[in-house]
Ligand binder design. Structure first.
Ligand SMILES: Cc1cc2nc3c(=O)[nH]c(=O)nc-3n(C[C@H](O)[C@H](O)[C@H](O)COP(=O)(O)O)c2cc1C
Length: 861
């Protein structure tokens, strides 16, 4: 286990335990932030009084208090310079008083006093609430056990801050934006993560200060250590009974009762020494102790920046005068634990910030828990899929498929297992491994690897892929020549240039290592279901399965079949059709060149009737699906039909629950919205028994013009047009003409006329797809060059890549002018052939740079 992983494990484990305690401690701490101010506001006439003339002198005040409470011993008297503040008197605890909560010594009663009349005022409202809140904050209202739990959680908070900082350390650590900017556009789990880490960074310093100061009240050894660090003078007189008894200078006068203090004289002595003060508390001497004044300056650094003046209780000579200002900085820190803990050390702004930070504490517990639960759910799902995998019996072409994943929060892991489960349904020999279990060298023994990886934290691999990525960067070029691979790269386009960063890096490295792509990398933006269907589409092609149910069925709209034209009668190849679909009347659909249309195919009526006859189900059986009435016949037409034997005699309800929607099919769009219809080129596929394929059979044979077709448009940003100021080289073959046609149309509409098309088909007599249109464009000059290459004709170049090689000089010229190269068509033969010509013409590095710059894009299948 790496350090990172260990830290992560401890972070979440402590998070889901101590995090709950901290949520409570945080909320209660936040409530306590403005305790004094709130109590004052709630208690006019008690904590604040009406100012009227001159206040009583301290000795007169004491005399008035004694008249009201003759049996109680006064221990302290606090006065304020603010004419609206009540004074406060503290009485000594009764001899038999119980100890206070949290193991503290007994506390005497404290009462507010009207400084003008000496009248003891009512107890303030709300004190009980804040007392309970404080007890929860410090001991969970549970005495010693609670105190230990809070203490441990405080240590955990320090760990959270430091480990969280380490775990989220960004590559671009010098960018303040990366550290602090909250991206509200993030969704779901990413947003939770974002909240947790970004807001966590906002409050990190506050939490560190709160926890480091909070430990002061938790552990005696910590207090001692801080005092030692600050070089604090040995503790002043402890507050407990009997302190300093017999100590000091052995002055017999100090053995006298504190009640004997001459308050007027003491007060005069204080005023002579300290003319300017804002609040002052006179502390009656305990046995053997001095007379003490604790006071704040008129403009104190904070509410605990106390100065202390000690007087001889008889002569009132100054024995000691300690000024906060005069302390060395370390002692100021050690003496300001409360103010630091509360934030008031930094002024009112500090208190507000610390209060907000405290109240935010539950956010981390909640987001942490939600992330944990979701992660667990995903891991369970992956485990379930793992156990459902049938062990391999035989392998296809003697090759196994390794599915390798790198996942931070579980998406890629789940998809890897889902991929394996899908391939496992044929007789593939499939294995799943985390990149953490693999070294790049291991791949040399593999024939086919499907990578399912996510990107995490600025183009970086998930934790489990870090070691692999490090080794991969150090590997020799050309060391994986025998390997074929596919990459499903999860990410989020909100991360801008970091989008899918690790997937891109992996692809680059595999390319340098000489491995061959099975198909182009598929980027999945925020778990986009369309991109995942595209991955499934390739899995289907790889495993030779045309009946793979979509993991998530698209939400189709009802389009109309408007036109169907046979484009290549007499061709030696398969029949190609031009199809036009009219968008649904009441919806506004739009798209751009490069986009994809997903078609939801259906079985022919004959196929459905045959199934109904063979199984005996009633096709007119009515049911509600997705809130709409439908019939079994209709549902069957859009579903994968089970084996007749398996469902004969079954209840219709059971059959319905078994049905899975037919897989979608996808085609490159060949038209623009201005054409009024989505047009595409479709080749009729024939199954081994000679019957038409599922979707091509439906669109080319069974459906009639005017019929409803289930379809939806999927944006395909990877193949969107280049900047119209750039020249464009459009290369393709077969039905790839569709995607290139849309681009040409879009370029012409934008007035971008520097276009060079290289297009390959079989025969010039039958396969001049969109021939007249292309000729027109060439004649009118909106197409600069048109190279059509027919593989079955004459002696010239047979394939597109041959024609490109023959035009290397022109290719270089166009690239020098900044041209973008777009390739649409066959993944086998054409696409790698074109790639090889490009590498030969300008070198691998220059090709990589084109890809990086988005000037070399492909839509190949
Ligand atoms: C903290 C965090 C950082 C991320 N960084 C990136 C990034 O730099 N680039 C990117 O494309 N996606 C990024 N993502 C999005 C993830 O790649 C995406 O959510 C993916 O589905 C996670 O898959 P996983 O669960 O397998 O890790 C990030 C997500 C989070 C939560």
């Amino acid at each position: 286990m790496t350090t990172r992983n260990a830290l992560f494990q401890i972070h979440w484990f402590l998070g889901i335990t101590a995090g709950i305690v901290l949520a409570l401690v945080g909320v209660t701490g936040g409530l306590l932030s403005f305790e004094d101010e709130l109590l004052k506001a709630w208690n006019p006439g008690v904590i604040s009084v009406q100012a009227r003339g001159t206040a009583l002198s301290p000795d007169a005040l004491v005399a008035r208090i004694r008249e009201q409470r003759p049996d109680d011993r006064i221990q302290s008297l606090a006065l304020s310079r603010d004419a609206t503040d009540a004074a406060r008197v503290g009485f000594a605890p009764a001899k038999d008083a119980a100890r206070g909560p949290g193991g503290r010594g007994p506390r005497g009663e404290s009462r507010y006093v009207n400084p003008y009349t000496g009248e003891l005022l009512d107890k303030p409202r709300g004190e009980g609430f804040f007392r309970t809140t404080m007890q929860l904050h410090r001991w969970l209202a549970m005495d010693d056990v609670g105190k230990q739990i809070v203490a441990f959680s405080t240590v955990a908070l320090i760990f959270f801050c430091l480990s969280g900082l380490y775990l989220r350390w960004p590559r671009r650590w010098h960018s303040l934006r990366t550290w602090l900017a909250l991206d509200w556009k993030q969704k779901g789990r990413n947003f939770l993560w974002h909240l947790h880490s970004i807001v966590g960074t906002w409050v990190l310093i506050a939490y560190l200060i709160m926890s480091l100061t909070g430990l002061w009240w938790s552990y005696g050894w910590y207090r001692d250590a801080v005092n030692k660090w600050a070089d604090m003078p040995s503790q002043q007189q402890p507050r407990g009974e009997g302190a300093r008894a017999g100590g000091g200078r052995g002055d017999a006068s100090k053995q006298r009762k504190p009640a004997d203090v001459d308050v007027a004289a003491a007060w005069n002595a204080f005023q002579r020494t300290v003319p300017e003060w804002s609040t002052a508390t006179l502390q009656w001497p305990r046995e053997g102790g001095g007379l003490q004044f604790r006071y704040l300056d008129t403009d104190p650094a904070h509410e605990r920046a106390n100065n202390t003046l000690e007087l001889d209780p008889f002569t009132f000579a100054v024995e000691k005068h300690e000024r906060y200002d005069a302390r060395p900085w370390k002692q100021k820190i050690a003496g300001s634990m409360f103010a630091l803990h509360r934030g008031s050390f930094f002024g009112v702004g500090g208190v507000i910030l610390f209060m907000i930070a405290s109240l935010l504490m539950p956010l981390f517990a909640i987001t942490g828990w939600m992330l944990y639960l979701e992660r667990r759910k995903r891991q369970r799902e992956a485990k379930r899929l793992a156990t459902s995998l049938i062990p391999p019996t035989k392998s296809v072409n003697g090759e196994r498929v390794l599915v390798a994943y790198a996942s931070q929060t579980g998406n890629a892991q789940r998809l890897a297992w889902q991929t394996a489960a899908e391939l496992n349904k044929t007789d593939n020999h499939v294995e799943v491994k985390s990149l953490a279990e693999l070294k790049p060298d291991d791949l040399a023994n593999e024939a086919r690897v499907l990578f399912v990886v996510s990107t995490f934290g600025e183009s970086q691999p998930p934790d489990g892929g870090r070691a692999f990525a490090r080794r991969m960067r150090a590997m020799q070029p050309g060391s994986l020549r025998g390997l074929r691979y596919g990459i499903l790269s999860l990410g989020d386009s909100e991360y801008g240039e970091d989008y899918s960063g690790f997937g891109r890096e992996l692809e680059h490295w595999l390319h340098v290592a000489g491995a061959t792509p099975l198909f182009d990398r598929i980027d999945v933006d925020a778990m986009d279901a369309g991109a995942l269907r595209h991955w499934q589409h390739h899995l289907g092609v790889m495993s030779g399965r045309t009946d793979m149910a979509d993991w998530t069925a698209p939400t189709y709209q009802h389009w109309l079949l408007a036109e169907r034209l046979h484009l290549n009668p007499g061709s030696p190849g398969g029949a190609a059709f031009h199809i036009a679909l009219m968008p649904p009347a009441d919806t506004r659909v739009t798209w751009q060149a490069g986009d994809i249309i997903e078609i939801g195919p259906r079985h022919s009526d004959t196929r459905v009737n045959d199934f109904l006859t063979a199984t005996g189900f009633d096709g007119d059986h009515a049911m509600v699906v997705d809130d709409a009435m439908t019939s079994l016949r209709h549902l069957l037409a859009h579903s994968l039909l089970p084996e007749v034997q398996a469902v004969r005699g079954m209840a219709v309800g059971a059959l319905i629950t078994q049905l899975k929607p037919l897989p979608h099919r996808e085609y490159s769009i060949a038209s623009l919205p201005a054409d009024g219809s989505v047009q595409f080129v479709l080749r009729r596929m024939l199954l081994p028994d000679g019957t038409p394929g599922l979707a091509s059979g439906w669109l080319c044979d069974h459906a009639s013009v005017g019929d409803q077709i289930n379809a939806r448009i999927r944006s395909n940003p990877n193949f969107h047009a280049p900047d119209s100021t750039r020249p464009m080289v459009l290369i393709g073959n077969g039905t790839g003409i569709g995607g290139l046609r849309a681009h040409l149309k879009e370029r012409i509409a934008a007035g971008a006329h520097r276009n060079w098309m290289l297009f390959g088909e079989r025969s010039a007599t039958s396969d001049r797809l969109y021939g007249a249109e292309l000729e027109d464009w060439l004649q009118s000059g909106v197409l600069t060059h048109l190279d059509r290459i027919f593989s079955r004709d004459g002696d010239g170049p047979h394939y597109v890549q041959d024609a490109l090689r023959a035009n290397t000089l022109r290719l270089r010229e166009w690239l020098d002018e900044g041209a973008a190269i777009y390739v649409c068509g066959s993944l086998q033969g054409m696409a790698p052939g074109v790639d090889a010509v490009l590498v030969d013409a300008i070198g691998q590095d220059a090709v990589d740079a084109l890809v990086e710059a988005g000037r070399y894009r492909r839509d190949v299948y």
